[in-house]
Design a binder for this molecule. Structure first.
Ligand code: BTN
Length: 243
């Protein structure tokens, strides 16, 4: 495994993307930095992280024998790698908020941005960007954000957590490439945030409603049961949680 350590860069995902243009990078090349000047989140959001306090890194993964339509299973597998690692560090009430936010209780402690390169119907390469809030204590204007330190009162060693996540990611990738994608989705469905309890949602066209999460389908749609028993499916970008 090649590990590139940087002081600052606009975004570790963008750094890997640029680097890939010039050279053939090894599988599992990792870029980690102290500070991002233009950290990127999902749906064009920005990712802000206090210098030196948190884990900010991206992993390049070469993918074999996985169809584009199964991209959600990859997403689930990455989320589970972070979930499993945080459980071993005894972080309280860890869950995965669909599609891939990692929560402790009602607070988001980790965001994941996966950017795939495709060839026809196949996934070829994946840049897996992970921002885990570790020792940051103040999140002004981010009422739903938290860190491992805020949730446990303890200071954590960033390198130790990075190593543990990378080991778990490797393990999960082996399972993933061994065509166990259904099994991964089943496990993902057992650790879903707010599963089985009434929760509020807002659709992209501005409708608020209450429903109960039943699970996530094979292709990554969130399945919600409404009060009248109807089952609705929502894709990423079609829905947000209100909490
Ligand atoms: C989200 O929850 O919106 C996803 C956040 C992903 C942040 C990480 S930090 C490392 C990598 N580099 C980026 O620019 N973004 C991801």
């Amino acid at each position: 495994m090649q590990l590139i350590k940087l002081d600052a860069t606009p975004s570790t995902n963008s750094y890997l993307k640029e680097l890939m243009r010039g050279v053939n990078l090894d599988d599992f090349t990792v870029v980690v930095c102290e500070h991002q000047t233009k950290g990127r989140g999902q749906q064009g959001n920005i990712w802000i992280s206090e210098r030196g306090k948190n884990l900010i890194f991206s992993v390049l993964k070469h993918i074999e024998r996985v169809k584009t339509k199964n991209a959600f299973a990859l997403n689930a597998m990455v989320s589970l790698a972070v979930y499993d690692t945080l459980r071993t560090f005894k972080i309280p009430q860890v869950s995965v908020k669909w599609p891939n936010d990692i929560m402790s209780g009602n607070k988001k402690i980790c965001g994941i941005l996966i950017e795939n390169t495709l060839k026809g119907n196949d996934l070829k390469k994946s840049i897996i960007g992970i921002g885990l809030n570790v020792n940051q204590e103040v999140f002004s204007e981010l009422p739903h954000a938290s860190s491992l330190k805020c949730e446990t009162g303890l200071e954590f060693d960033l390198e130790l957590i990075l190593k543990a996540i990378l080991v778990q990611l490797k393990k999960n990738f082996e399972r993933f490439e061994g065509a166990n994608q259904k099994e991964i989705l089943n496990i993902y469905n057992t650790v879903l945030f707010k599963k089985g309890v009434p929760a509020k949602f807002l659709t992209a066209d501005g409708k608020k409603f209450i429903g109960v999460i039943v699970g996530v389908s094979e292709f990554g749609k969130l399945e919600i049961q409404l009060k009248d028993g109807t089952l609705c499916r929502f894709g990423f970008k079609e829905l947000v949680f209100v909490y």
